[in-house]
Write a protein that binds this ligand. Structure first.
Ligand code: FES
Length: 139
């Protein structure tokens, strides 16, 4: 093997290693930001009301995807899919602002899931729920 061929071969090997390293580093981030799908999740989820103080949100798995229940300041309860309607990242609750932020492209939603700003094309999906005997039942 001549010198130039060796250099070319070494370059290909190092490029492959760099690509594998980058993919390995990106994988945990992508898994964190992507909605979980197909892993089950109960058809109904019961959340004790005491776990939902005013202004707080509780995230959980519902029908195989991330969901959230919020008790707004004033006491109203809202149940939503936590999957952003843009590209499917999981939204985060911004307690101080009482809004949702999507960490992927800065989409903002109200506590009711309506789009405030950013690229999301539509509101977060509302989920059916009932409140009885000190518990919120989603589904
Ligand atoms: S995925 Fe949420 S703003 Fe893009």
């Amino acid at each position: 093997m001549e010198n130039s061929e060796r250099r070319k071969f070494l370059g290909i090997c190092l490029g492959g290693l760099a690509a594998a390293g980058a993919a390995g580093a990106a994988w945990p981030v992508l898994r964190y930001l992507s909605p979980k799908a197909g892993t089950g999740g109960a058809a109904k989820v019961v959340i004790p009301e005491k776990e939902l103080p005013e202004g707080e949100a509780k995230f959980f798995e519902y029908a195989g995807a991330s969901a959230v229940v919020i008790r707004k300041r004033g006491g109203d309860i809202v149940a939503l899919s936590a999957v952003c309607t843009h590209l499917g990242c999981i939204v985060q609750w911004q307690k101080a602002r009482q809004e949702f932020l999507c960490p992927c492209h800065a989409g903002m939603f109200t506590a009711e899931g309506e789009v405030i700003s950013g690229p999301p094309p539509k509101a977060l999906t509302r989920l059916p729920f009932t409140v009885a005997e000190g518990a919120v039942t989603v589904g």
